[in-house]
Design a protein around this ligand. Structure first.
Ligand code: NAD
Ligand code: DAU
Length: 356
């Protein structure tokens, strides 16, 4: 088993997104990572430089940003060479299921072609390359009935263009490990929540709408189940796998925290109702609006992460109760971040910065 990973120049793709930015913040504070991070991000609608505010100043010698599209192979190859990239932690993806239903094209390009380009760039630098860690999702396994859990050997059965594209990228990564001997690891994680999540996803959307007393859209009967994991626990799991995971292997990551959507929405309503300064008015549960279901909506996800637990000793640290309280507080206390996201102000900043 590899006990530590000697990475000098780690490329993090999608580092301005939700999990990528949390991961960069997490890694920079760790004593067992002394290398540099090169954050490669296209800054799509989901890429928000505000998520990493302060990082460049705090770590001028250890953090670098490259605005680039992983679909551009020559650009990736040039970044690999210029920065001496010896490892990749690959988050960049189109990540929202609803968008993949309306507009699947960008999911195919970024999630499949983009991943292929990075693998090719890594292959070209194979002699000095330490690790390609690929971030994937439990959605590749499809939908569960009332019983059972996804394990690493559950057959792939993706149901949305998003999960199908992620599944394709997982296969490519595995194939590069098997065929070319590229040192790879893959992790398939359940639903994350926490700071810096773009408010199109269930939890931040409901928190912000409930705060403003706007409608709270719940798809179908609200009884779909997801397995929730606090984002910092996901970051810790990724780093554990990068350091000690067996090369060529896949590890499932989960929170052991199955919840129906409606329960989460009600919990958020009640927490806000009880919060000092927000308690006036009718109960927020009255804002809940059942809307048309998502096509192909997976009923239940639940992860068996025994392999990660027994082999590498990782377990989730945060309970859902404490994680959701922290998360709600974060969105209430970071009003500047919220305002800039809700008014698209960070987009105007990007346009000015890059002369678009
Ligand atoms: P996100 O949508 O918040 O962020 C994606 C980031 O990738 C953005 O910064 C965006 O600008 C960047 N990006 C998109 N296309 C790009 C391109 N062509 N070139 C370069 N950068 C590009 O996503 P997230 O929720 O942080 O998810 C990150 C990864 O984790 C994804 O691979 C996703 O499939 C996976 N994942 C997410 C969850 C979850 O609950 N959010 C759970 C399991 C796995
Ligand atoms: O399971 C991991 C996946 O989790 C990741 O791979 C994806 O990138 C991430 O987006 C997430 O996918 P989901 O589709 O599960 O997340 P989302 O927040 O979109 O929806 C969570 C559940 O809530 C799902 O059952 C749909 C429902 N929902 C969602 C929204 C946005 C609603 O009921 N109303 C809503 O407005």
């Amino acid at each position: 088993m590899v006990k530590r990973v000697d990475v000098q120049n780690l490329m993090v793709t999608g580092g301005c997104g939700f999990i990528g930015s949390n991961f960069i913040r997490y890694l920079m504070e760790r004593a067992d990572f002394t290398g540099r991070i090169v954050n490669v991000d296209k800054l799509t609608y989901a890429g928000n430089p505000d998520n990493l505010k302060g990082i460049e100043d705090d770590y001028p010698d250890r953090y670098l940003f490259e605005r680039a599209d992983i679909c551009d192979f020559e650009c990736m190859e040039e970044i690999f060479s210029r920065h001496g990239i010896d490892a990749v932690c690959h988050f960049a993806a189109e990540s929202h299921v609803d968008r993949s239903i309306k507009d699947p094209g960008s999911f195919i390009y970024t999630n499949i072609v983009g991943t292929f380009n990075l693998l090719e760039a890594a292959r070209a630098h194979c002699e000095s390359f330490v690790l390609f860690h690929h971030i994937s999702t439990d959605e590749v396994y499809g939908s569960l009935g009332a019983e059972g859990l996804f394990t690493e050997t559950t057959p792939y059965r993706p149901n949305s263009p998003y999960s199908a594209a992620k599944a394709s990228s997982d296969h490519l990564v595995r194939a590069y490990g098997a065929t070319y001997g590229l040192p790879i690891t893959v992790s398939n994680c359940s639903n994350n929540y926490g700071p810096y999540q773009f408010p199109e996803k269930l939890i931040p959307l409901i928190i912000l709408n409930a705060k403003e007393r706007e409608k709270l859209p719940v798809y179908g009967d609200g009884r779909n189940v997801r397995d929730w994991l606090y984002v910092k626990d996901h970051c810790a799991a990724i780093w554990t796998i990068m350091k000690s995971g067996r090369r060529g292997e896949t590890y499932n990551i989960g929170g052991n925290m199955e919840m129906e959507n409606i329960t989460i929405v009600e919990m958020i309503c009640d927490t806000l109702d009880a919060r000092k300064g927000l308690e006036t008015g009718t109960p927020r549960r009255e804002l809940i609006t059942f809307v048309k279901d998502r096509p192909g909506h997976d009923r239940r996800y639940a992860i068996d992460f025994t392999k990660l637990q027994t082999e590498l000793g990782w377990t989730p640290g945060e309970s859902f109760e404490s994680g959701i309280r922290k998360t709600i507080s974060w969105y209430l206390e970071n009003s500047e971040w919220v305002r800039r996201v809700r008014n698209n102000e960070y987009r105007s900043w990007i346009s000015e910065q890059y002369g678009e």
